[in-house]
Design a protein around this ligand. Sequence first.
Ligand SMILES: Cc1cc2nc3c(=O)[nH]c(=O)nc-3n(C[C@H](O)[C@H](O)[C@H](O)COP(=O)(O)O)c2cc1C
Length: 207
Amino acid sequence: MKNVVSFLGSPRRNGNTETLLNAALAAAKKEGAEVPPAFRLSEMKINPCIECGGCDGTGICVVHDDFQVIYKALKEENLFILASPVFFMGSTGWTKAMIDRCQSCWAGKYKAGKPIAPPSPERRGIFLSVCGMKDFNVFDCAVKEVKAFFAVNNIELAGNVLVPDTDRKGAISENMEALARAEDMARELLKSDSVPGDLPGGHSCPG
Ligand SMILES: Cc1cc2nc3c(=O)[nH]c(=O)nc-3n(C[C@H](O)[C@H](O)[C@H](O)COP(=O)(O)O)c2cc1C
């Protein structure tokens, strides 16, 4: 059975990001995947990277907090969904703190010769995001952060669902195209022989 591990970077319970993520997870479950509850990053204790260099020789972070749980999932599992809204043109602070702590994975891969997991076509992830503004460029920084996060962990970024013009809590529930796209993307994630294509028009679903 395939496991789909997900990370939720929004602090707003039942907000737009969580609803989008739930659509993807429900579709994955329907396809027979095992879908453990998302890691709610805002409810975990994940400190920012303190740049101590303690991971340089090993690839293992020496700061002990909930990042260890995330590290274990990144190491042992293959299929991932990262979901974060845009806050000030990037991902949220909780998402960014988790990504920054993957400096240990960077050190493992590039300094210690000990990547978190070998590169494999089986290791894939998708990114789901929403933002309030109408401009598709608003996602640029967050997409770059997520690309780096996945690359450092030898995970192929297989696709994005990016939904602008989604500010009010609940707005995403009225966007059937975006919810359907998240479901499609999750189904594609489970297919080992298929990489989802991006939506025409900037990888994004109109809000
Ligand atoms: C602190 C903060 C910063 C934000 N910054 C941006 C931004 O830079 N660009 C944008 O389009 N929307 C921005 N937004 C709007 C959110 O992306 C939007 O409300 C989104 O629906 C929140 O998702 P959620 O319901 O999953 O929490 C910001 C919201 C907050 C609370």
